[in-house]
Design a protein around this ligand. Structure first.
Ligand code: GLN
Length: 217
């Protein structure tokens, strides 16, 4: 996991990696009868780490995309999200769309669907967005607050958490209809099937509702 994505995975004030994905993996591994160890890796290093056998599962708010599904196998979806445009609370801009971000400095996390969406917009329109890719969304938010960026584009549920934690606001949501899944190696169908079955049970349980209440209030 890449613990820079609250409420799914982040580092709490005691230094522990916590979040919805972490509690979810604890329960799923229990159901499957596996031990679990959380390994912290930058988001753009997760798929390489999975393929190289350093880790067995990616649980990191990862969107199921066609491109990724060529190299990893995804479980069924467990969450849905869109992309939010975040600006400073005192900003004198109010961007509503990618077009409104033209010629602005926009931060994203490296390897994310936000980065891909902006790259595709730039390539297909020939317009310019000064996109900066960060190793973590937390660093992007810090640069936004410091005035080195005009906006950050990030998944909507995470944007809602950043709004609570920092002096930022959401100027608009771009509907992308993304779904999060867990990822395993393509040849690990045994683990994929077990995870899907355990996920089915969990998503229909009170335990899941408790996890959501714990992290979302
Ligand atoms: N859901 C987005 C993606 O899969 C962002 C995930 C993240 O930054 N942890 O690219």
């Amino acid at each position: 996991t890449s613990p820079d994505f609250p409420p799914f995975e982040y580092i709490d004030n005691k230094g522990n990696i916590v979040g919805i994905d972490i509690d979810m993996m604890k329960i799923l591994s229990n159901k499957i009868g596996c031990d679990m160890e959380i390994v912290s890796i930058d988001f753009n290093g997760l798929i390489p780490a999975l393929i190289n056998n350093q880790i067995d599962v990616i649980a990191s708010g990862m969107t199921i995309t066609e491109e990724r599904a060529k190299v990893v196998a995804f479980t069924k979806p467990y969450w849905s999200a869109d992309q939010a445009i975040i600006i400073r609370k005192d900003a004198n801009i109010n961007p509503q769309s990618l077009n409104d971000l033209v010629n602005l400095r926009v931060g994203v996390q490296s390897g994310t669907t936000a980065e891909q969406m902006i790259s595709e917009f730039v390539n297909s329109t020939g317009k310019n967005i000064n996109m900066v890719s960060y190793q973590s969304y937390v660093l992007a938010i810090q640069d936004l607050l410091a005035g080195r960026l005009d906006a950050v584009v990030v998944d909507s549920p995470v944007a809602n958490m950043f709004v609570k934690q920092y002096n930022v606001k959401i100027s608009n949501i771009i509907t992308t209809n993304e779904s999060y899944g867990l990822a395993v190696r393509k040849d690990n169908t045994e683990l994929l099937n077990k995870l899907n079955k355990a996920l089915d049970e969990l998503l229909n349980s009170d335990e899941w509702q408790q996890i959501l209440r714990k992290y979302l209030g």
